[in-house]
Design a protein around this ligand. Structure first.
Ligand SMILES: Cc1cc2nc3c(=O)[nH]c(=O)nc-3n(C[C@H](O)[C@H](O)[C@H](O)COP(=O)(O)OP(=O)(O)OC[C@H]3O[C@@H](n4cnc5c(N)ncnc54)[C@H](O)[C@@H]3O)c2cc1C
Length: 270
């Protein structure tokens, strides 16, 4: 257990890595940065869609955080955090209890595929290395037909990613001379609302110009469809839908630490 103040960072994804890098540089030898992360190689999510089209191989888009771990004031714990005790100021992993002076929670999001029946079984997504590779296989075997790309509820991780995939798929099949009718449905009022309506309308025009059929405000803001049915061709966080799809509202799933943690005044939410 270090005697210096201990800054504990939970998760070494893009957020945890960046923060640990900055903090460990800033504090020098006056504090220790302890990172808790079970993965030894960290994937670069923006490149997942490149895997889908074979532009990258999985090993090229994952790296061990070697430069960070080499620092004298950084300690890596290869484990999963299971519990946070804000009163005791400790985190419990599968193998140890770690005391913290400052705690950073950067555990990312949790996908709730199970909340939409059939989604995991009958649809594809490019939100993980495994998902992207599976989708790549489906694209290789696709001989033409209709493709539905859907956003099931809001918010989603990386809102531009489904639009990027729709455009890349359209281009891919056009070049391959395969007929693909692409439908895009979303509860959003327009593409990528965080970027504003001007950018949104431009993206919508781009989709239209490529012949992608765009259905916004699908089922009302924040909703998602009830089920994903078996079909021969469906992609992404969306699916091959039963026709017509029924809609239902699902509560979003909260991450376990949000349910268990009492957020106190001193916590800074980023
Ligand atoms: C397809 C796709 C494309 C994207 N493109 C872009 C882009 O072009 N530009 C951009 O800025 N962003 C992009 N993003 C979004 C970006 O990847 C995320 O915003 C970013 O990864 C979030 O960082 P994070 O640290 O919060 O979570 P993550 O990067 O998901 O990291 C969370 C980490 O926590 C770890 N963890 C989880 N549970 C535990 C536990 N119990 N104990 C210990 N560790 C745990 C995980 O192993 C993981 O390493 C994209 C995302 C996707 C999926």
């Amino acid at each position: 257990m270090p005697s210096e103040p201990n800054v504990v960072v939970l998760g070494c994804g893009m957020g945890g890595f960046t923060l640990s890098n900055l903090v460990s540089k800033r504090v020098g030898n006056s504090a220790v940065v302890t990172i808790v992360e079970p993965r030894s190689r960290l994937p670069f999510a923006p490149a997942f869609q490149w895997l889908v089209f074979g532009w990258r191989q999985p090993e090229k888009i994952q790296r061990a955080p070697t430069s960070l771990v080499k620092r004298k004031n950084v300690r890596m714990v290869s484990d999963r955090v299971e519990k946070i005790d804000v009163n005791e100021r400790t985190v419990k992993t599968q193998s140890q209890t770690i005391r913290y002076d400052k705690l950073v929670i950067s555990l990312g999001t949790e996908f709730a595929f199970d909340q939409v029946p059939g989604l995991e079984t009958y649809s594809h997504n490019a939100y993980s290395i495994e998902g992207a590779l599976k989708l790549r296989g489906a694209i290789d075997n696709f001989d033409g037909g209709s493709i539905a790309i859907g956003i099931s509820r809001l918010p989603i991780k990386c809102p531009p990613a489904p639009y990027e995939l729709a455009l890349l798929l359209e281009e891919h099949f056009r070049r391959a001379k395969k007929e693909a009718e692409i439908h895009f449905f979303t509860p959003e009022p327009h593409p990528v609302p965080a970027a504003g309506s001007v950018i949104g309308k431009q993206v919508e025009r781009l989709l239209n110009s490529r012949g992608i059929k765009y259905l916004s405000k699908w089922g009302g803001e924040g909703s998602c469809y009830l089920q994903v049915a078996k079909s021969e061709s469906a992609f992404l966080k969306g699916a091959f839908l039963s026709n017509p799809p029924r809609l239902e509202f699902h509560p979003p799933r909260r991450k376990w630490f949000l349910e268990k943690l009492r957020l106190e005044k001193e916590w800074l939410k980023l």
